[in-house]
Design a protein around this ligand. Structure first.
Ligand SMILES: *[C@@H]1O[C@H](CO)[C@@H](O)[C@H](O)[C@H]1NC(C)=O
Length: 290
C-alpha cells in the first residue's frame, strides 16, 4: 500500500532540483554569439548593455535636385530595433539594427519620409537576394590624442539599398564624463555604403576585470544549490522511508531524528573541545574554571 502523496513529492523535488542544476550550468555554458554586456577584443571587455535601445541620429539637410533632403538614422547597437505594434510604416523592416530614414523637404513645411531602408540588420532571403546577416564585429581603432583609452569600432552589416551593400561602423570612445545613456551617437560620414558614427560614452570604457570574484561567487552558489538539494532529498526520502517502514507521523517523520536533536549540543561540545585545545586547557578535563 503506497501512499501516492510522497511519491508526487519526490517527483516534484527531483524536477525542481534538475531544473535548478541545469539552469545554473547552462547559464555558464550557453554560447553567446553577440552579447552587449560581454563584448571583448584584445583582452579588453566592454559592457554597452545600457545602450540597448533605439537612438535617433539626425543628419544635416542637403540638396538633392530638385529638393532638399535629410537622412536621419535609428541605431540600436545591441539588437534589432523593436517596432511597436501598428507602427511598422514608421520603421524599417523587422530585423533592422540601423535604419536610414530619407526625408524630403517638398516645401517650407516639415520634411516627409520617402523611404526607410536598412543600413544594418538581418533579413531573410528574398527575390534574387540571399539572406542577410548583421554579423556584429568589434575591433580596436586608432588611438586618439588626449583620450586615455583606445577607441573601438563596432561594425554592423547586412544592409542593402538600391543593390548596394550597406554597413554601419560605430566608433566607441571612452568618456567617463559622458554618463547620460540617452545621448545618441553622432553621424560622422556616409560613403560607399558605409555609414560611420561616433559615440562618446562611459559605456565605451573597458570593464575592470572582476572575473576571479565572479567565478568564485558562482562556484559558491552552485555549491549552495547542490547542498540544499541534497538536504531536501535527504529529508523527503527519509520521511517517506520512516512513513513506509515504521508508519511514522508528524515529527517522527524527520530522518535520524534523535541524531539531529542532539546535533546542536554535539556541535557545541566539539567547538568547546577545539577551543580548549587551542587555548591549552584540554588537560583540565574539559573543565573551565570561572
Ligand atoms: C574604425 O572606424 C573609423 C571610422 O569609420 C575608421 O576610420 C577606422 O579605420 C576604423 N578602424 C578599424 C581598426 O577598423
Amino acid at each position: 500500500m503506497i501512499n501516492p502523496l510522497p511519491r508526487t513529492a519526490i517527483v516534484a523535488t527531483l524536477a525542481i532540483i534538475s531544473a535548478l542544476l541545469t539552469s545554473s550550468v547552462s547559464a555558464q555554458d550557453t554560447p553567446t554569439p553577440y552579447d552587449c554586456a560581454k563584448l571583448s577584443v584584445s583582452g579588453n571587455s566592454y559592457d554597452i548593455s545600457a545602450l540597448k535601445k533605439s537612438y535617433l541620429v539626425k543628419g544635416e539637410p542637403k540638396t538633392e535636385h530638385p529638393y532638399k533632403v535629410r537622412y536621419d538614422y535609428s541605431v540600436n547597437p545591441c539588437q534589432a530595433i523593436t517596432v511597436p505594434d501598428g507602427e511598422s510604416k514608421l520603421h524599417c523592416l523587422p530585423g533592422t539594427w540601423v535604419c536610414r530614414d530619407k526625408k524630403v523637404f517638398f516645401d517650407e513645411s516639415d520634411p516627409k519620409t520617402v523611404s526607410l531602408q536598412p543600413i544594418a540588420g538581418t533579413a531573410p532571403a528574398a527575390e534574387n537576394v540571399p539572406a542577410r546577416e548583421v554579423a556584429p564585429l568589434i575591433a580596436l581603432a586608432d588611438k586618439i590624442e588626449n583620450v586615455a583609452e583606445v577607441p573601438w569600432n563596432l561594425t554592423l552589416k547586412g544592409g542593402l539599398i538600391d543593390g548596394q551593400d550597406q554597413s554601419a561602423v560605430i566608433t566607441f570612445i571612452c568618456d567617463t564624463a559622458a554618463t547620460d545613456d540617452n545621448v545618441a551617437p553622432t553621424l560622422t560620414g556616409s560613403q560607399n555604403g558605409v555609414t560611420t558614427f561616433q559615440w562618446k560614452s562611459k559605456s565605451a570604457c573597458a570593464v575592470q576585470s572582476k572575473l576571479p570574484v565572479q567565478e568564485s561567487m558562482s562556484g559558491f552558489s552552485v555549491f549552495l544549490t547542490v547542498f540544499f538539494s541534497f538536504a531536501f532529498i535527504y529529508l523527503v526520502l527519509g520521511a517517506v522511508y520512516n512513513h513506509q517502514v515504521y508508519g511514522a507521523k508528524g515529527f517522527d517523520l524527520i530522518p535520524h531524528k534523535d541524531f539531529w536533536r542532539d546535533f546542536p549540543s554535539l556541535v557545541v561540545d566539539v567547538v568547546h573541545h577545539v577551543w580548549d585545545s587551542v587555548t591549552g586547557r584540554a588537560r583540565g578535563g574539559g573543565y573551565v574554571s570561572v
